[in-house]
Ligand binder design. Structure first.
Ligand code: S3P
Length: 433
């Protein structure tokens, strides 16, 4: 689907967002392994999180869904049944990687695969620890989906993650539920800690000490009543739009502000953005709050100075890099992004797809093997843009299109639905032309 993106003058409104994708996946999977019923409100409406529920259903978990309300009747830690067909993770790396940890602990063999993009994403990173724990996993060329997972009795391991990846950490922790004794994971840099929090909330024994996470196998997990906070990675597109357009004022309510995810706000504030946190509260271990964003007062004074994103900060804002790159082009001093080689193995090679779309808009950009250099104070030309089937590229360039001097076209715009089906409607609602 091609969408026309018209230039806008400002962003104005008060919105709340669908549930966080990362948290929804974890609640969806863990609720299936509990004793009793879980009620999950504001479950992510994206296709990725629907893939997780479809897989759990195929494994014998009764799940009822009404919009963003999901009710899961847990089958207990040992109650999953062999699926009658290969499991379909769709476009979702989180589903295949995290669920593999659970499948590794089953007494049956299962197959899991997904779409063309997912079939090109590396899985060796989860296969290595899960095989050390005792599962046997077959993959195309030893690295790519579909995976055939021969589950079995697992032994606990001490695993040092070679890449900073919350998905890999989660796969090992979820497998640790099925191993007898303590499984230990150490991460090179902090990554999102929703799994540690959710496991604790459902009743698992989890200990966290610095960068080391320990989980004891064999707990009895209990059903919970949960509300998923608004997705901060989805919010990033609206925050950016407000920071790009003069005179904008936007409130986002009920937003997930878990410190391992909210670095985007610290980063933007550090670069000069006017973002206020109005309220901060805790809900089932997750931080939630409302935020207020003000755009620049005049076009001559951009919201952001710009700067360098590298090291731990790159890992902390990895999903927000496409929209940060757009912001970088409009910043006063430009943006340098380093240590972001992981972007090359996301839903698309995001270094390439960001650079391609920026170039189409007449924005100067230098591509490095692990990042981008984007000079500041650039303007966006209307252009033929393309998501290349990647949700975050679709949304980042829909926002860039708002700042162009004329109408742009965004090809494959429907990709946004992977995480945020309501994106264009909500954007239209808060956009002033
Ligand atoms: C996610 C972790 C990140 C992120 C992805 C979701 C998660 O991936 O990019 O969108 O929910 O754990 P990696 O773990 O591969 O870094």
């Amino acid at each position: 689907m091609t969408r026309n993106i018209k230039p806008a003058t400002a962003i104005q409104g008060r919105i709340s967002l669908p549930g966080d994708k990362s948290i929804s996946h974890r609640y969806g999977m863990l609720a299936g392994l509990t004793e009793g019923i879980s009620t999950i409100r504001n479950y992510s409406t994206g296709a990725d999180c629907a893939s997780t529920l479809a897989c759990m259903r195929a494994l014998g978990v009764p799940i009822a869904r009404d919009g963003n309300l999901v009710v899961i009747d847990g089958v207990g830690l040992t109650g999953l049944r062999p699926p009658s067909r290969p499991l379909d993770a769709g476009n979702s790396g989180s589903t295949i990687r995290m669920l593999s940890g659970i499948l590794a602990g089953q007494s049956f063999t299962s197959e899991i695969g997904g779409d063309k993009s997912l079939s090109q994403r590396p899985m060796k990173r989860i296969m290595t620890p899960l095989e050390q724990m005792g599962a046997r996993i077959e993959a195309r060329d030893g690295n790519f989906p579909p995976l055939k997972i021969h589950g079995g009795e697992l032994r606990p391991i001490h695993y040092e993650l070679p890449v900073a990846s919350a998905q890999v950490k989660t796969a090992v922790l979820f497998a640790g539920l099925f191993a007898s004794g303590w499984t230990v994971v150490r991460e090179p840099l902090p990554t999102r800690d929703h799994s540690e929090i959710a496991l604790g909330e459902f009743g698992a024994y989890v200990e966290v000490e610095g960068t080391e996470i320990r989980i004891e196998g064999g707990p009895t997990l209990q059903g919970q009543e949960l509300t998923v906070p608004g997705d901060i990675s989805s919010a990033a597109f609206f925050i950016a739009a407000a920071l790009l357009l003069t005179g904008s004022e936007l409130v986002i309510e009920g937003l997930g502000l878990n410190p391992s995810r909210a670095s985007i706000l610290d980063l933007l504030r550090g670069m000069g953005a006017d973002i206020e946190i109005l309220d901060r509260r805790e809900d089932h271990g997750e931080t939630v709050g409302d935020i207020l964003i003000h755009g620049p007062e005049s076009a001559e004074h951009p919201s952001l100075q710009g700067g360098v994103i590298e090291g731990a900060m790159t890992a902390a804002v990895i999903d927000e890099i496409p929209i940060l790159a757009v912001l970088g082009a409009a910043s006063a001093d430009g943006l340098i992004i380093r240590d972001a080689a992981e972007l090359r193995v996301k839903e698309t090679d995001r270094i390439a797809t960001v650079a391609d779309n920026l170039s189409r808009m007449g924005v100067e950009v230098e591509v490095e093997p692990d990042g981008l250099r984007i000079p500041g104070r650039q303007s966006f030309r209307p252009a033929q843009l393309d998501s290349f089937g990647d949700h975050r590229i679709a949304m980042a360039f829909a926002v860039a299109g708002l700042c162009a001097a004329g109408e742009s076209e965004l090809n494959n715009a429907e990709a946004a639905a992977v995480s945020f089906p309501e994106f264009y409607d909500l954007l239209e609602e808060i956009t002033r032309s």
